[in-house]
Design a protein around this ligand. Structure first.
Ligand code: 2BA
Length: 149
């Protein structure tokens, strides 16, 4: 087995950690909030990426953003779910990196983000890396290190 050291692990490829696009729940910018809420509820996730039909990443949308957008002054206004588009509510700032960037970049993003979006050189969305996958790998790595001491 390859002997890892702290410098090597930081420079490792992120490829083994990527959950590929076919497995990532997502919505499109011109979908309604009603559709996005259905996808979020059915998938069980609190936040998912927003991709267009060419798999270009536009942002991310959360259940909290959708619920916030239907709050009126005194009432919840669910009719807005049918008339508002995802693009009007989504966040455009998100953790994103290229597929050739190293493990250390994904790790440092995951301090503040539960997942990082990964794109290829042409800007096509490839998938996501979740904080839990990175931590599970680090945990295994640290235990291996302990055994060899
Ligand atoms: P959250 O939706 O806040 O989910 C937090 C954690 O809850 C997930 O961590 C997972 O451990 C668990 N969880 C939530 N929904 C689940 C479900 N339907 N089935 C199984 N476990 C579920 P991670 O798996 O590390 O995911 C971190 C974040 O990455 C998620 O945050 C979500 O925003 C995003 N994510 C993960 N997998 C995704 C996928 N296949 N499609 C879209 N987004 C995904």
């Amino acid at each position: 087995m390859q002997k890892l050291d702290p410098v090597n692990i930081l420079k490792e490829s992120i490829a083994p950690f990527v959950i590929s696009v076919e497995k990532v729940a997502h919505v499109q910018p011109n979908n309604t909030l009603e559709h996005a809420l259905l996808i979020l509820i059915k998938s069980g996730y609190t936040a998912i990426p927003v991709l267009d039909t060419n798999f270009k990443l536009h942002g991310l949308i959360t259940k909290a953003q959708i619920l916030d957008s239907i709050l009126g002054i005194e009432h919840i206004e669910p009719e807005r779910l049918e008339t508002t588009k995802v693009s009007a509510v989504m966040s455009k700032t998100l953790a994103r990196m290229k597929d050739y960037e190293p493990f250390e970049r994904a790790l440092s993003y995951s301090i503040n983000h539960p997942f990082v979006c990964v794109e290829d050189d042409l800007g096509a969305f490839i998938g996501i890396i979740t904080r839990s996958k990175l931590l599970a790998y680090l945990n295994g790595y640290l235990h291996e290190q302990k055994k060899t001491k």
